[in-house]
Design a binder for this molecule. Structure first.
Ligand code: SAM
Length: 212
């Protein structure tokens, strides 16, 4: 990072401590999130190759490999990539992990059948970076993109908005599905389904898009 790094990128943690924090994620939260991803991939038939971007410590990347997908993970954090490689080895599974910027990857156009982007978009406070991220995810996907976002319409999001009124600095930003859909439409993708982790209480959704 240098002085030209945009403010929103400085706020996204890519250090060792952040990666390690994710290895300690509560088992029930982890299980609920993997169940959401499983529901998403159930809507994506005939997928062989899958990119997990960003992979963090490889939670979903290993899950993808376990389902039989040829799985690749990318993350900006060096420690995260190392954790993912170790997780593949410990699980006795094949898979790749590379240090790469999700907003500007080295992959060829349409390199993967499906691309998963889990728990990143809500770190982007402004529309233009959200749009750029979605453009890159679509560029490298041949057919499906599964992206999580935080809906403004949930008990948690409404509580956060009230907290902000009282001066609390937000670390997570909600995005209406209409905005997410519009960016995908620009890239020639349509919504297959929008899956809430659970209705009302949870603000995390997984939206599944398919190339038209
Ligand atoms: C909240 S974690 C989620 C990771 C993973 N998807 C999961 O659910 O376990 C966010 C991850 O995004 C990574 N990250 C942030 N900005 C990135 C970028 N521009 N390119 C690649 N990785 C990035 C961070 O290093 C961190 O590991």
């Amino acid at each position: 990072m240098n002085q030209d790094t945009p403010e929103y990128r400085k706020r996204i943690k890519t250090n060792v401590e952040a990666a390690e924090g994710y290895t300690r994620r509560k088992a029930d939260k982890h299980a609920a999130e993997m169940a959401l991803i499983e529901r998403g991939f159930a809507l994506c038939p005939d997928v062989k190759t899958a990119l997990d971007a960003p992979c963090g410590v490889g939670r979903a990347t290993v899950w993808l490999a376990r389902q039989g997908y040829q799985a690749t993970g990318i993350d900006l954090g060096e420690a995260a990539v190392e954790y993912t490689r170790k997780a593949f080895a410990e699980a006795g599974l094949d898979g790749e992990a590379h240090q790469m910027d999700v907003e500007n990857t080295d992959f060829a156009d349409r390199a993967f059948d499906a691309v998963l982007c889990f728990r990143l978009l809500h770190h982007f406070p402004d529309p233009e970076p959200r749009r750029r991220l979605i453009r890159e995810l679509c560029r490298v996907s041949d057919r499906y993109v599964l992206i999580s976002y935080i809906s403004p319409w949930s008990v948690t999001s409404i509580r956060r908005r009230i907290q902000r009124l009282f001066g609390k600095r937000l670390k997570q930003f909600h995005t209406p599905l209409s905005e997410v859909r519009a960016y995908f439409a620009e890239q020639g993708f349509s919504l297959v389904d929008d899956l809430p982790q659970s209705r009302f209480l949870h603000s995390l959704h997984l939206a599944v898009f398919r190339r038209d």
